[in-house]
Design a protein around this ligand. Structure first.
Ligand code: GLN
Length: 320
């Protein structure tokens, strides 16, 4: 078999596999749409899409892949990258740890000894990370984050104002977390500005394809495989992927690492990104969530994809 025949088969099978998984799981109706942010309760529970983008820029998509939804916690990955670029790894480590919590994403806890939030993938750590974004005032900081998203996605992005204001007016748990961190000097005085920026970064509208392109950019050493633009300094990719691997799926992170075996991150709108370094980015969107706040269909699709395509990082032989 020639090389080109081989790659044709791989290419064809990516599309076939995701079409197959889409029809296999579209009737799965377990889980609930997030409603603690009132605006998110309006999401159509039937929406479902899967997308793969390879590091060569090939795109495979199925389902509602043009549907916009808010990125929510998936933003934490990219804002962490921006904080690393703004301050370097050593300083960021003094403000946010890299230990998995085993607790819910919105748990109001800090590390007993260091008083740092445990990691940048849970809310406490993400709010601390957001407070590190450089900029002269709120508008410049938001614009820097929107520019950052643009590099990863390849188009202008917008904040969904309804979702932002909905979370801003009900996000008392996040506000409490920020006050606890202020008490221990982990974030500075201006916590309302940091919270607003955090709620805005979570309210950026994306499609499932956008998620896959963002994931593929991380898989491609920080270079967007479609536009070829550099989104982040490649030296930080390993830091980002490491915390995604150990903490990205919250209190499901261990089981995810065991079963799926690739760095990933979920959001309460129902999005999941997964990164296969040097190969591809995966985006899945389905708003029905399990008890831990991860998309039910999204988790199933990634488990199956990993199994069928041999993506687990420690599965020797298949993934070479
Ligand atoms: N904006 C949401 C919150 O802070 C994000 C949570 C999530 O996606 N897990 O609660």
């Amino acid at each position: 078999m020639t090389d080109s025949q081989e790659s044709d088969i791989t290419t064809q099978s990516f599309l076939e596999v995701i079409k197959d998984l889409h029809s296999q799981y579209k009737s799965l109706s377990e889980g609930k749409v997030a409603n603690y942010i009132p605006e998110l309760a309006k999401l159509n529970p039937n929406l479902f899409s899967i997308c793969i983008v390879t590091v060569d820029g090939e795109i495979y998509e199925v389902g509602d892949y043009q549907q916009l939804f808010t990125i929510q916690s998936i933003s934490k990955v990219f804002v962490y990258g921006q904080a690393l670029e703004d301050h370097g790894k050593d300083y960021v480590l003094t403000r946010v740890g890299v230990e998995p919590t085993g607790d819910a994403f919105n748990a109001i806890i800090l590390d007993e000894k260091s008083k740092r939030p445990y990691n940048p993938m849970v809310n406490a750590g993400a709010i601390a990370t957001t407070s590190l974004i450089k900029g002269n005032g709120a508008t410049e900081k938001l614009n820097r984050l929107l520019e950052m998203y643009k590099r990863y996605i390849g188009r202008d992005v917008f904040v969904d104002i309804s979702v932002f204001t909905s979370e801003r007016s009900t996000g008392h748990r996040n506000r409490a977390t920020a006050h606890l961190m202020l008490n221990f000097g982990m974030i500075d005085q201006n916590i309302e500005e940091a919270l607003d920026l955090y709620f805005q970064q979570c309210s950026v509208l994306v499609t499932c394809k956008d998620l896959a392109v963002m994931a593929a950019t991380l898989a491609n050493k920080g270079v967007n495989p479609i536009t070829k633009e550099k989104a982040i300094d490649s030296q930080y990719i390993k830091d980002i992927l490491s915390v995604m691997y150990t903490c990205g799926m919250y209190n499901f992170a261990g089981e995810w690492a065991y079963k799926v075996g690739i760095p990933a991150k979920s959001g309460v709108c129902g999005g999941i990104i997964a990164v296969v370094p040097g190969k591809m980015g995966i985006g899945v969107f389905s708003p029905l969530l399990d008890m831990r706040g991860n998309s039910v269909r999204g988790v199933k699709v990634c488990e199956e994809l990993s199994h069928r395509l041999g993506l687990h990082l420690f599965e020797s032989g298949k993934n070479s």
